[in-house]
Ligand binder design. Structure first.
Ligand SMILES: Nc1ncnc2c1ncn2[C@@H]1O[C@H](COP(=O)(O)OP(=O)(O)O)[C@@H](O)[C@H]1O
Ligand SMILES: [Mg+2]
Length: 239
């Protein structure tokens, strides 16, 4: 077992597409076991930033470096959850088994990890149900369970609760807080200030492709160190 792939260090990241600068000068460190919330309005560049950090897109400028592990280790030890759940046309259980197989987890180790993941997500009773028949809230719990099944060092989530009702939101937040307590670093993108307040340890406020204020969660949210963040947190429209 290699050491954690964290810290993750991003230095002066930029992303340019069609001659538009979409991200600029983003420097950020994600340490082991931390819970970071990337907060900001629609179009700020939150999803782009997550894709760069997760390695789905190459930055135009700047560097991303991990503390340990080969590139294969880095792929295996990080996971991503998107706003809309996407599952295979198989049972709940089979979806998690498949994900573990894709990560190269030996067959003999898979069933124990699957059971644990199902229990933690409250999906044990639904394990034989076709994944696409679950409610949206359950489907998203399955996405999170699947992403966490192999106990990654870091989990990225892009507005995972944006289309869920409050009870489903609460259950997802609980799963994330519990995983974080077991040592998985969480990077959660949201435009929801109250969610940032409930779960965040550190807030990074993104606006117009730049970090426009950051700090420890309660104090930053109560007293942000940037005017734009202050306006956003006060519920004002910012441009
Ligand atoms: N691959 C891409 N190519 C060109 N423009 C993009 C691409 N991805 C996103 N954008 C643009 O970048 C801006 C930020 O997008 P996004 O990261 O999705 O914002 P957010 O997630 O904060 O709502 C938007 O103006 C969007 O249209
Ligand atoms: Mg987005």
């Amino acid at each position: 077992m290699i050491k954690s792939i964290l810290p993750l260090r991003a230095v002066e990241l930029g992303y340019i597409a069609n001659a538009r600068t979409l991200l600029d000068g983003i420097s950020l460190t994600i340490n082991r076991g931390t819970f970071t919330v990337v907060l900001g309005p629609n179009g700020a560049g939150k999803s782009l930033l997550l894709r760069l950090l997760h390695g789905m897109l190459e930055p135009s400028t700047g560097t991303i470096s991990w503390a340990n592990g080969s590139s294969a280790d880095r792929r295996r030890r990080q996971a991503m959850v998107f706003q809309r759940p996407v599952h295979l046309r198989r049972s709940v259980e089979a979806n998690i088994v498949f994900a573990l197989g894709a990560l190269g987890i030996p067959r003999k180790d898979r069933s124990g990890l699957v059971q644990l993941a199902l229990e933690r997500a409250g999906l044990t009773a639904a394990r034989r149900v076709h994944a696409r028949l679950l409610s949206v809230g359950e489907q998203q719990r399955l996405s999170v369970a699947r992403a966490l099944a192999a106990e990654p060092d870091i989990l990225f989530l892009d507005e995972p609760t944006a289309s869920l009702d409050p009870v489903s939101v609460h259950r997802i937040e609980t799963l994330l807080i519990e995983a974080n307590a077991r040592g998985t670093a969480i990077v959660l993108v949201t435009h929801d200030v109250s969610q940032a307040r409930r779960v965040g340890q550190k807030i990074v406020f993104l606006h117009d492709g730049r970090i426009n204020g950051q700090g420890p969660a309660p104090s930053f949210l109560d007293n942000p160190n940037s005017d734009v963040a202050r306006a956003y947190l006060a519920g004002k429209i910012i441009v």
